[in-house]
Every structure is written in structure tokens, then in C-alpha cells.
Design a protein around this ligand. Structure first.
Ligand code: AMP
Length: 449
């Protein structure tokens, strides 16, 4: 036998604080401001919203479209308008290494219209009804219910000038909220054609100019650049002034007025509760005629004041983007705010929790348990497992924590006998069954046979 070398006893390193490398503390990286994670615990609420949206859109005859999250910056500047808050201060725009000027989409309509034009959807039977769902990006001031990555569900009806399209979309958004158990009221207005709006804009500008000294700096800027935005001001002085300010309804052309009346009549017919809001103009330049927003019927001021969704007609957008004139109307619902509301109401449905735990002992047991887990999954019976754990005790503790009704246990003996143990987790009683019939047995126990 070769002489074993004596392993040298390791000399204890002398403590020498000077030469020891100092351990750097690494600070954790957190979320960007205004962004958030949607954690597993919140996913059931989000699933309800997403699934509801999907079902509703297809039941109204909409087809899904996905557009890229990033588009050429010019699309939004042309579509949304240079003087709007979104384009002026909220866009995530940057230059790519290839020198393209791009923007993370702040909303969905401009992209949908771009796709409609680009793919020649004008040649399809009109109207084309499209829906989408996904994240949007706005470098807004973050606060509760206002995020820099927000999620919207949207529907667009392209190639339809009839007021029935507006009414159908107003109804769709209202119905989505209702299906989620959210009672809401629609605020609605008409902002007419661009010409009518220009005349109104001039009248509004003249009105506020004569009161300019009382305006805040922010509102003075708005007065100069986009006087309609003053109507959104929360400044109490402006709120008071507004009552005497000209109202757009008095400046509408006959066609827009008649269109608006028809929309309202249809909403009456469909029992959609609405309030006329003469100050609702919506932030984007592309809107024409009908505009609307949804507010929860809530005693909570914060909730009652933040819109859950909104929409409007945008008959001029196609031309702004270089397409043929196409009347269109769209709706965008704020999924984050719906999710917050549902959570606050405590009405998120729980995830369908698995009622089974598959436990194993030993290598053979583990292999067999994997196969059984797969059989259950294929039969539509979700199960928990902890295949990386060896100890049966640790697995049973986990099964208890998960509050499952039954645990299936496969050890060496069960592998040899072709059986499985089913343990009733509440009573602690155990039963040995034929491993080949495990799915049937479990179905019976869960009352699904
Ligand atoms: P908009 O077209 O800008 O009115 O957006 C439609 C809906 O999206 C709004 O009614 C809100 O519910 C939601 N929304 C807009 N901006 C944000 C944001 N920054 N954070 C969360 N939700 C938003």
C-alpha cells in the first residue's frame, strides 16, 4: 500500500487586517420609479381582467392585434400632437445604435392605425374591429394609480362613421367594468370637428386671456400652447372661472351635434348611465366628436376622480399618418386602476389552488412520482410537489402549508408493489391504491369522477 501522504495541516492565516481584502457591500437594485412588479399574489385579479377583456372583445366581434412596444417617434408626434402633455413631457424616446429615433408606445391607437394603413386593411370589408392589450409607457409623475408602465386594454373600430360605433364602444367599456363588479358612470362630451374646435379654442383663449393675471404659471403656458388643457386644471381659481367660460357644445357644427345626440339616444336605449361633461376634452389632439371617460361610483374621492378608461372618435388620425381619410373610434381601459380597485374591494378571485401534493421517497419513488404528477397534470388536476426534497417530513410540512386535501406518497415499497398511498391530510388516514388507477381514485376523492 502506498504510503499515504500526510495532509499538511493548514496553517491558520495570521490575522492581518491591512492585507485582507475589504468586502464591498453591494447595494440592491430596485425597481425604476413609477414601475411595478405584478406579483403572483396579484395575478388572479389581473387574470380576471385579462380574461374578461378577451371574452368581451371577441363577443363584440373584435379581432386581436399586437403591435410592437416600440415605434418610430414621429408616429406619436404626428398622431397624438406636439402640444400635448404626452408628447411634450411623457415619452420615453431615445436613439437606437442604428440612429433611429424611437419611442416606447405611450398609447395604442396610433400604432393600430399605423398597422391598419400599412397592411392595407382599408381594403377589407369595413369596419375593421381590432382589440389589443399590453403595456404602455408614460414618464408621468408617479402616484397611486399612476404608473410609468401602465397596462391598457383597447378596442378600435376603424372605417365606421356611424354614431352606433361610438355607442357600442361606450357600452363595451361600461360592460367590462360591470362584469368585474365595478359600478361606473360615463362622462361624455363632444368636441366636434377640428374647425369647430379651433373656433372654440379661440373663444376659450380670449376668455382666459382677459383673466390671465389670475392664472398659475402652468396654466399661463397652457393658455399659450393648448388652451383646451386649461379645462383640466385643478387650480380652484380656474375651477371657479370655468363655470363662466364658453362651452364647446355651443360651438359645435350641426353634423357633430346631430352625431352626439344619436350617441346619447343609443346610450339611453342601452341603459348606460352617463353625465354630460362640457369640460371633458381629453388630452390628445386626434380626437373629434364624441369623447368619454369612466369613473367608479365610489365615495372615495381619489377613486371617483381617476378615470378607469376613456375613448373617443378620431376621424382625422388616418390622414395625419399618411393614410386615406378613415372615420374611426376607440376605447382604452386602464387595467392597473381596475386591478387596484378590485384589490381594494377584496374581490379578486383566488388562484385555483391545487388540492393534491405528490410526495416521494428514494430515487425510484421520485421517478414514479414524476410520472404520476404528469398523469395528473394531463388529466387537468393541478398538484404541488417538492421533487428536490429528499425528506418525507419536509414534503409533508410543505403539503400542510399548501393546505392540500390529499397527498400521494410513493416510496420504494410502493414502486415494487405497483401501488401508491393516498393520505387524507385532514384526518391523517391513509389508503393504498393501485398505482395504475391513481388518477381515477383521486378524481373520485375530489368528487370529479
Ligand atoms: P387615456 O387614453 O390617456 O385616457 O388612458 C386611458 C386609461 O388608461 C385611463 O383612463 C387610465 O385608467 C389609464 N391610464 C392612463 N395613464 C395612466 C397611468 N400613468 N397609470 C395608470 N393608468 C393610466
Amino acid at each position: 500500500m502506498p504510503k499515504m501522504k500526510k495532509t499538511p495541516t493548514k496553517e491558520k492565516p495570521k490575522e492581518n487586517k491591512k492585507t485582507e481584502p475589504t468586502k464591498k457591500t453591494v447595494s440592491p437594485i430596485n425597481l425604476l420609479r413609477g414601475m411595478r412588479d405584478i406579483l403572483p399574489v396579484d395575478q388572479p385579479v389581473w387574470d380576471r381582467i385579462r380574461d374578461g377583456a378577451r371574452q368581451l372583445a371577441s363577443s363584440y366581434g373584435f379581432e386581436r392585434i399586437d403591435t410592437p412596444i416600440m415605434e418610430e417617434t414621429g408616429l406619436f408626434i404626428r398622431g397624438i400632437g406636439k402640444q400635448t402633455d404626452i408628447v411634450e413631457k411623457e415619452m420615453y424616446s431615445f436613439e437606437t445604435p442604428g440612429g433611429e429615433k424611437v419611442t416606447l408606445r405611450p398609447e395604442g391607437t396610433a400604432s393600430v392605425m399605423r398597422a391598419y394603413i400599412q397592411h392595407g386593411m382599408l381594403n377589407l370589408p369595413q369596419p375593421v374591429k381590432l382589440w389589443y392589450l399590453g403595456p404602455m409607457f408614460r414618464h408621468d409623475r408617479p402616484q397611486h394609480g399612476r404608473y410609468r408602465q401602465l397596462h391598457q386594454f383597447g378596442c378600435e373600430i376603424l372605417g365606421d362613421a356611424n354614431p352606433v360605433a361610438d355607442a357600442q364602444l361606450v357600452h363595451l367599456g361600461y360592460q367590462q367594468l360591470k362584469d368585474l363588479g365595478i359600478e361606473s358612470t360615463v362622462q361624455i362630451n363632444s368636441i366636434g370637428t377640428p374647425e369647430a374646435r379651433k373656433n372654440y379654442r379661440d373663444a376659450l383663449q380670449a376668455f382666459f386671456r382677459s383673466r390671465r393675471s389670475k392664472l398659475s404659471d402652468e396654466d399661463k403656458k397652457r393658455l399659450q400652447k393648448n388652451p383646451l388643457r386649461i379645462l383640466d386644471s385643478k387650480d380652484p381659481v380656474v375651477v371657479e372661472m370655468k363655470a363662466e367660460a364658453p362651452q364647446i357644445i355651443d360651438w359645435l357644427d350641426e353634423e357633430s351635434k346631430a352625431h352626439f345626440m344619436k350617441v346619447l339616444e343609443m346610450l339611453d336605449e342601452m341603459n348606460v348611465p352617463y353625465q354630460l361633461n362640457p369640460y371633458l376634452v381629453r388630452g390628445l389632439d386626434y380626437y373629434t366628436k364624441t369623447v368619454w371617460e369612466y369613473y367608479a361610483n365610489s365615495a372615495d374621492q381619489d377613486l371617483a376622480q381617476s378615470a378607469l378608461g376613456g375613448g373617443g372618435r378620431y376621424d382625422g388620425l388616418a390622414e395625419l399618418l399618411g393614410g386615406r381619410a378613415t372615420p374611426a373610434v376607440g376605447l382604452a381601459m386602464g387595467m392597473d386602476r381596475m386591478a387596484n380597485l378590485l384589490k381594494e374591494q377584496g374581490s379578486g378571485s383566488a388562484t385555483e389552488a391545487a388540492e393534491i401534493f405528490v410526495a416521494q421517497l428514494g430515487d425510484q419513488g421520485r421517478k414514479k412520482a414524476l410520472a404520476i404528477f404528469e398523469e395528473l397534470r394531463k388529466a387537468g388536476i393541478p398538484a404541488f410537489e417538492a421533487f428536490s426534497k429528499d425528506s418525507i417530513k419536509a414534503q409533508m410540512e410543505m403539503a400542510n402549508k399548501k393546505e392540500v386535501k390529499f397527498a400521494i406518497i410513493i416510496g420504494q415499497k410502493e414502486v415494487l408493489d405497483g401501488t401508491a398511498v393516498i393520505r387524507d391530510m385532514e384526518s391523517g388516514t391513509q389508503e393504498i391504491v393501485d398505482a395504475l388507477k391513481i388518477v381515477q381514485e383521486i378524481k373520485k376523492k375530489l368528487g370529479r369522477a
